[in-house]
Design a protein around this ligand. Structure first.
Ligand SMILES: [Zn+2]
Ligand SMILES: [Zn+2]
Length: 119
């Protein structure tokens, strides 16, 4: 599974539509992620916590809103297996592998296929 095309759609100030990332997959599927969603799903240990023995350990502090945190400053391919995102607040440790990106695809089709999240 890999992305064949990644397109960035700028926010539309006039309509208030936030910026989005569009990903076209090699199996014909396409995904659309809002920047806020991508940031929320940042896979780095600092944001998502670490998965140990099948359990997710979230960082103890709740993330607070920082100015610029949902503004993508850079999206850089990393060695052909994913992309690295840099955010407006300086956060740049999240590497989104293709598998991960596809896993968090927010479209109805993919959501229906995923098991319900464990609270
Ligand atoms: Zn992170
Ligand atoms: Zn999908």
């Amino acid at each position: 599974m890999r992305a064949t095309q990644i397109k960035r759609e700028a926010a539309n100030q006039a309509t208030g539509v936030p910026g989005e990332i569009l990903v076209q997959w090699d199996d014909g599927h396409s995904s659309r992620y809002s920047l806020a969603y991508l940031r929320e799903e940042c896979p780095c240990a600092g944001c998502k916590g670490e998965v140990l023995f099948g359990k997710v350990y979230r960082p103890p502090t709740l993330s607070v809103f920082k100015p610029g945190m949902n503004e993508l400053t850079q999206l850089k391919p990393t060695g052909g297996y994913g992309v690295m995102a840099s955010w407006g607040d300086g956060h740049d440790t999240g590497i989104y592998s293709w598998e991960y990106l596809r896993m968090i695809c927010p479209c109805a089709e993919c959501v229906a296929k995923r098991p319900a999240p464990v609270e």
